[in-house]
Design a protein around this ligand. Structure first.
Ligand code: 5GP
Length: 189
């Protein structure tokens, strides 16, 4: 998606070898017009699928997921990160190791918000090592819902997330694909 690539070029900052900071339009401050355009793009890409619901993880997945939900006219559920040690009842859970924060989050979705046989589209901000999406796939499996695909805003193709999801036969569509960083410049695929 051209406008997203241009925005990454203009405002993205490369941190170390493998992290891209995009907090001026996606991860801290949010650009609603760009989010809306991305939501419409996801809706177009997945227009051949029957989608009942969008599922993401708090907090950075919420903005693109909500705009995809708006474009597709479906509700959006975000998995919450559980901070307390005691788990509430009636939730599906998964453990997700965060590559950027180097901590494990326990994510959960209340049973009321996923029903067996529903068709869900997973949306997230980044695909790196695939841990966040794998956590959502585990929850989807436990909840007996059907995952029609995964929509990612920014995919880093040099990390292993894409390969893991391809091997599982999951359809993955990304709006921007980054193959690497050179001298702090983003190189797109
Ligand atoms: P994964 O689970 O695929 O390893 O990583 C996905 C999650 O880690 C994303 O939801 C995102 O929050 C975070 N993440 C991974 N790589 C990056 C990155 O380069 N920049 C930012 N801002 N977040 C990232």
């Amino acid at each position: 998606m051209k406008i997203l690539e241009q925005r990454i070029k203009k405002d993205g900052r490369v941190l170390g070898k493998d992290v891209l900071k995009v907090d001026s339009f996606l991860n801290h401050q949010v650009d609603p017009e760009l989010m809306q355009a991305m939501g419409e793009e996801f809706a177009t890409i997945f227009s051949d699928e029957k989608i009942d619901k969008i599922v993401t993880v708090e907090s950075s997945g919420i903005a693109p997921a909500v705009f995809a939900g708006l474009a597709l006219h479906v509700p959006v559920v975000f998995a919450r990160k559980n901070k307390s040690l005691t788990l509430p009842e009636n939730v599906w859970t998964a453990d997700v190791y965060s590559f950027t924060k180097q901590t494990t989050n326990h994510i959960m979705i209340d049973h009321r918000f996923l029903s067996a046989a529903e068709n869900i589209l997973i949306i997230d901000d980044f695909l790196a090592n695939g841990q966040a999406v794998e956590g959502l796939l585990k929850i989807a499996n436990d909840a007996n819902v059907n995952v029609v695909g995964v929509g990612v805003v920014i995919e880093k193709t040099f990390q292993k997330g894409r390969q893991i999801l391809d091997e599982r036969g999951v359809r993955v569509e990304s709006l921007a694909r980054i193959k690497g960083f050179e001298n702090d410049e983003v190189i797109f695929l």
